[in-house]
Design a binder for this molecule. Structure first.
Ligand code: PGA
Ligand code: ZN
Length: 411
């Protein structure tokens, strides 16, 4: 089969918040084509690869991606034409070379990721394989456990809750489909329980966004929902994404913007320990800020044996950052968002690196998503074991769950 790349074309498209994003189509000489879309974050880490936006205030409030699209249609198209699509690493490093910057700011990580994923999809099609099988071979067979967001706060919702994401995760179900059903039933039960609160609808990832007396009350209501739906907190656990980089003021000080209180890193660690002792919480993401490595180290020493401590903004899917974490024994899990690093090869590499060093990978969507389901295939291909892809409430989130249901039936 002739898998040489014949054309690479990008388009300005739209994400789930109605903001522009890059879509890219890659076609090969044998007629195979792949299409992919980049997602986009709201509580983005400071050290993520650069998302190139036009800054033309006359279009989409400055968020247009015409420049990124043009970069694909000119420089990237020219450089990738004639390369073989199954040489993913070579292609990704070619784009990195053309970009030439530290953080992919010239071409734009949004442009590069869409192309990188589209190349893999075109190659998979050419081999007549589903994407997870092309990426994972005969090893990539494990369906991930959903970490389902059911209640939103922080930068993802206009309510009075400071913690960004309250998730549930089924630790004892027989299949992905079963786990998904449990989570969805609990989500609906939670919706009924929240009717008496001032519900402002749902947050960006589809979790309910009520006004409550405290963030702790959200956890209490979720525990009630688990029981009321007919499940036990022995089987269905809670995971939190604090997204505390949004709160970090520097010098170990945090400001919680909804409650309008200051807290020290130490006070936050104490609070997490108390919450974990009181409630069935098994995972905490970004409990501390992306620059607060000292407190991260203290939190890991104190809690790392019992609780999964996930670095999202801390590691930004970057092998160099993860390496520093491994060397210093900071965190014990990593959130993996392909657009934080900008290419598929680097994403796969960071997952491998995490697993080799005993860090648990959690494959993740962004708050600004699309119908693209590549992360579902990546989760299976890498045997990551966990996926974070929102509530069973919006098509951008549900598309990933549906993709996993299909993969499960194929396997
Ligand atoms: P983001 O949020 O996509 O807005 O960064 C997701 C997360 O923090 O995990
Ligand atoms: Zn996060």
């Amino acid at each position: 089969m002739d898998r040489t790349i014949k054309s690479v074309k990008a388009y300005e498209m739209m994400d789930s918040r109605g903001n522009p994003t890059v879509g890219a189509k890659v076609c090969l000489s044998d007629g195979s084509c792949g299409f992919a879309l980049s997602p986009s974050g709201a509580s983005t880490g400071a050290y993520e690869a650069y998302e190139l936006r036009d800054q033309d205030m006359g279009r989409y409030g400055g968020k247009g991606v015409k420049k990124a699209v043009k970069n694909v249609n000119t420089a990237i198209n020219g450089a990738l034409m004639g390369l073989s699509a199954d040489k993913q690493t070579e292609i990704d490093y070619k784009m990195i070379e053309i970009d030439g910057s530290e953080n992919k700011s010239n071409i734009g990580a949004n442009a590069m990721l869409a192309v990188s994923l589209a190349v893999a999809k075109a190659a998979a099609m050419s081999y007549n394989l589903p994407l997870y099988k092309y990426l994972g071979g005969i090893n990539g067979t494990k369906l991930p456990r959903p970490m389902m967001n059911i209640l939103n706060g922080g930068a993802h919702a206009k309510n009075n809750i400071d913690i960004q994401e309250f998730m549930i995760t089924p630790i004892k179900t027989d299949s992905f489909a079963d786990g998904l059903r449990c989570c969805s039933e609990i989500y609906h039960t939670l919706g009924s329980l929240l009717k008496k609160y001032n519900m402002t609808g749902v947050g960006d990832e589809g979790g309910f966004a009520p006004d409550l007396q405290s963030d702790e009350q959200a956890i209490e209501i979720i525990c009630t929902a688990i029981e009321k739906a007919g499940y036990s907190t022995d089987d269905i656990k809670i995971a939190l994404d604090i997204a505390s980089s949004e709160w970090y003021q520097g010098d170990g000080v945090y400001f919680l913007p909804k409650r309008k209180v200051n807290m020290s890193g130490e006070a936050l660690i104490n609070m997490y320990e108390e919450l974990c002792n009181k409630y069935p919480i098994i995972s905490i993401e970004d409990g501390l800020g992306e620059d607060d490595w000292d407190n991260w180290k203290i939190m890991t020493d104190r809690m790392g044996e019992k609780v999964q401590l996930v670095g999202d903004d801390l590691f930004v899917t970057n092998p160099v950052k993860l390496c520093y974490g491994i060397d210093n024994k900071v965190a014990n899990a990593i959130l993996v968002k392909p657009n934080q690093i900008g290419t598929l090869s680097e994403t796969m590499r960071v997952v491998r690196m995490a697993v080799e060093h005993g860090y648990k990978p959690v494959i993740s969507h962004r708050s600004g998503e699309t119908e693209d389901t590549t992360i579902a295939d990546i989760a299976v291909a890498t045997n990551a074991g966990q996926i974070k892809t929102g509530a069973p409430a919006r098509s951008d989130r549900v598309a990933k769950y549906n993709r996993l249901l299909i993969i499960e039936s194929e396997l």
